[in-house]
Ligand binder design. Structure first.
Ligand code: PMP
Length: 381
């Protein structure tokens, strides 16, 4: 067969050439991956022509607007005609990136005190950039020893080396060790399973915040750059922390000058019934990472939003990080259209209402069924 011939069997390509994330080739040969051929509304159609209701938001919780969000498609197509790409490193810029950054901070919903936006090509890039910004923040101030990061034991922060060093699960860390130096973990305030066997949410929230304080003191406060956590953990088991946890964490970070990074890659943009999960706690982080629902899955994009408190130290500092596809015009156009859709269609409020209904039904099921031990979630997450 000539190299350019069409494949006799797409499954052969899949098992032989295409490398799946979080899966092995042997697994793919034993059980061929299901091809998703097309999507419309909340449905997808597989390679065999079966129409399926997509209750997974594209498999990775990012297709929050379904597959027929015409406004986003039109925005991408229009931008494609005008300017598909040009770099936004120092000296050049593009309108969609500028407009998106301004509207994120001024017009929309970023918590008060947020000031600057760094656009990335996804969640892992956003986390990586947030970690770099945290370290550089301290370097700018001459605190060269402040390089350590503390995270939750149930956290997930992506696939790059920085995020992976802060991840919880051993199976996604061990093959790549040694990872980034100076990363430490504290227990997650999960009522269902916690190392203290504590069943009282408020006591558990206080206990875990105290663990953060103890870890900071143990490491030496002048060595800790930032605490990073998801306001509701995603991949680590959807832990919604007790209401006192984040406010207490904010207080501990303030006491020791440690930066607080909220990783909202999964919990951001309405899914919890508020624009961001930190909005439930009334806490303003120093840096926030976001991706997934930011683009509704229509383009690969993410962002770090940085508070004024941090950003103003960078006025004369060169940000020595950048990505070829960051601030990509097509992605930025998609994000503007996605956020307008959430806002104009009232989808954040809808997630809160539907989330309550889902929760009461699931709780009723759990009470009736001995095999269901716990129901966790916030809004439609
Ligand atoms: N942080 C969190 C909280 C996530 O859920 C994810 C993705 N599951 C990431 C970071 C990494 O994002 P991405 O896969 O877009 O790189």
């Amino acid at each position: 067969m000539a190299v350019s011939d069409p494949p006799a069997d797409a499954r052969h390509d899949d098992a032989s050439y295409f490398w799946h994330g979080m899966g092995s080739p042997a697994e793919g040969r034993a059980k061929p991956a299901k091809e998703i051929a097309s999507g419309d509304g909340i449905y997808v159609t597989d390679g065999a022509g079966r129409r399926l209701l997509d209750a997974t938001s594209g498999g990775l919780a990012n297709v929050t607007l379904g597959y027929s969000a015409d406004a986003i498609k039109r925005a991408i197509a229009a931008q494609l005609e005008t300017l598909p790409y040009f770099s936004s490193f120092r000296g050049t810029t593009n309108r969609p990136a500028e407009e998106l950054s301004r509207r994120l901070i001024e017009d929309w919903f970023a918590p008060d005190g947020m000031r600057r936006v760094f656009l990335s090509s996804g969640g892992s890039d956003a986390v990586e950039t947030a970690l770099r910004l945290a370290r550089q923040y301290w370097k700018i101030q001459g605190a060269r020893d402040r390089y350590k990061f503390i995270a939750l034991r149930n956290g997930y922060h992506g696939s790059h080396f920085g995020g992976a060093s802060l991840n919880s699960k051993a199976n996604i860390r061990r093959q790549y060790e040694p990872l980034l130096q100076g990363c430490f973990h504290i227990p997650t305030p999960c009522i269902y399973r916690n190392p203290f066997d504590e069943r009282d949410p408020i006591r558990l929230g206080a206990l875990c915040a105290r663990m953060l304080e103890e870890e900071i003191v143990f490491q030496g406060p002048d060595t800790v750059a930032a605490f990073i956590a998801e306001p509701v953990t995603g991949a680590g088991g959807l832990v919604v922390p007790p209401p006192n946890f984040w406010p207490s964490v904010r207080a501990v970070c303030d006491k020791y000058g440690v930066l607080l990074i909220a990783d909202e890659v999964l919990s951001g943009f309405g899914r919890t019934g508020r624009w961001f999960a930190v909005d439930h706690d009334g806490v303003t982080p120093d840096l926030m990472t976001m991706a997934k629902a930011l683009t509704g899955g229509y383009a690969p994009g993410g962002a770090v939003i940085v508070s004024d408190r941090v950003a103003h130290h960078f006025d004369d500092a060169v940000l020595s990080c950048g990505l070829t596809s960051y601030a990509h015009p097509l992605v930025c156009a998609a994000i503007v259209a996605a956020i307008e859709t959430y806002r104009d269609d009232g989808l954040v409020e809808r997630a809160a209402t539907l989330g309550q209904r889902l929760r009461s039904r699931l709780t009723a099921l759990a009470l009736a069924h001995p095999h269901i031990a716990d129901v966790r979630g916030l809004g439609l997450l």
